[in-house]
Design a protein around this ligand. Structure first.
Ligand code: HEC
Ligand code: HEC
Length: 319
């Protein structure tokens, strides 16, 4: 009896406890459900907003309109297909809302510029077919992404994939090794520096935060990037794992290309959001991301600890 119980228990823990708890910093689940975009203030702010480098101006409601968000810099990107600029009611919110017209995206979603068309289409299929979900079921915007993919036609998916694949990925995240970092608050999964100059220890995490909280959160300025604070020494440790594998993983360049900017249908992983990268590695390890192509990544992530993922992401973001 005792041994049967012990056996059941060990089998259970084998299937349940696949590695560590999710790295909380990468998922950045907000403490309370985030208010829907645009519903921020009690008295709506209807003033026209401006940003440097453009004569265009928009209200906050226009900036975060889920079916036609502001396009501050139309000259920065090719003409957007309708599905990217406006989406399609009721389910398909405009891709440009979360991923921006230039595809840079933000730490709480994903950068989707410069992804190979075949990869992009495959991901949409995986979201549709229940093969790609977040390992943290509370990650609400990934659920929205899944609903969007489910509602899209093949033609719409192709148009969006072709559009974003034409835009080159350029550096947009500055990686800084630091022991102390600005204190932040979690606004819908985005970590925003508090006003004032309060600092706190970074500890064993990456803090990815907008260079300018207002430009990113309020104005959704697609030219205003991010800073990733990473623990001292992590870039070098990550380099060893990425380039040599060190018996824990497989050298990434074999599939992601010598410069890690992608090769054939395999996506680029250099210079992209470290929080996003860690979420994906963890999701794949936990088997909540399990599309037909994910099997190639299984041996890569199988033995990685959360700390390994952290240093890998620090190095990748710095490339
Ligand atoms: C409400 C915000 C939101 C909107 C609108 C949105 N997405 Fe996403 N998207 C996300 C999130 C969140 C993720 C996944 C992040 C995660 O799980 O870590 C994602 C991921 C993706 C990915 C995977 C990227 C990769 O590198 O594998 C693709 C492709 C994508 N979205 C395409 C689109 C397209 C096309 C549209 C418009 C039809 C769209 N998204 C609209 C939030 C959004
Ligand atoms: C054997 C080939 C192979 C190797 C080696 C490999 N990858 Fe991948 N990687 C892929 C493929 C294929 C995908 C797409 C997986 C899918 O569709 O789910 C991918 C996807 C990813 C993604 C998700 C990208 C996104 O936009 O969502 C990350 C992150 C990633 N790889 C990191 C790494 C790292 C880090 C290494 C090295 C430590 C590595 N990979 C080594 C083949 C590989």
């Amino acid at each position: 009896m005792k041994t049967a119980l012990a056996l059941t228990f060990s089998i259970l823990s084998m299937t349940v406890a696949r590695g560590a708890e999710p790295p909380a910093w990468a998922y950045a689940i907000p403490p309370t459900p985030p208010p829907p975009p645009g519903s921020g203030a009690n008295t709506p702010d209807t003033s026209l907003k401006h940003i440097a480098g453009t004569d265009l101006s928009f209200t906050r409601a226009q900036i975060s309109n889920a079916f036609g968000p502001a396009d501050w810099f139309p000259g920065d990107h090719p003409p957007m297909p309708d599905i990217v600029a406006h989406g399609r009611r009721p389910e398909v919110r405009a891709c440009a809302l979360c991923h921006y017209p230039n595809g840079k995206g933000r730490s709480e979603n994903a950068g989707i510029a410069d992804l190979p068309v075949a990869y992009f289409v495959q991901q949409m299929e995986d979201f549709k077919n229940g093969l790609r979900a977040s390992a943290d079921a509370r990650k609400a915007n990934t659920q929205v992404m899944i609903a969007i993919a489910k509602a899209m036609t093949d033609t719409e998916i192709k148009a969006a994939a072709e559009y974003y694949s034409e835009i080159k990925w350029t550096p947009w995240i500055k990686v800084v090794e630091a022991k102390t970092v600005p204190k932040t608050r979690n606004q819908g999964g985005l970590l925003l520096a508090l006003p004032g100059d309060e600092k706190e220890p970074l500890g064993n995490r990456i803090l990815e935060t907008p260079v300018d909280a207002e430009q990113t959160e309020i104005l959704r300025n697609p030219r205003s990037g991010f800073i990733a604070y990473v623990p001292p020494g992590s870039i070098k440790k990550g380099e060893a794992l990425v380039t040599k594998g060190e018996g824990k993983t497989v050298a990434c360049a074999t599939c992601h290309g010598a410069d890690l900017k992608g090769m054939g249908p395999v996506p680029g992983i250099a210079g992209r959001s470290p929080s996003y990268m860690v979420r994906q590695m963890y999701d794949m390890q936990q088997d909540t991301r399990k599309g037909p192509w994910t099997s190639l990544m299984k041996p890569v992530v199988a033995k990685l600890s959360n700390d390994d993922m952290l240093v890998i992401a620090a190095y990748l973001a710095s490339r």
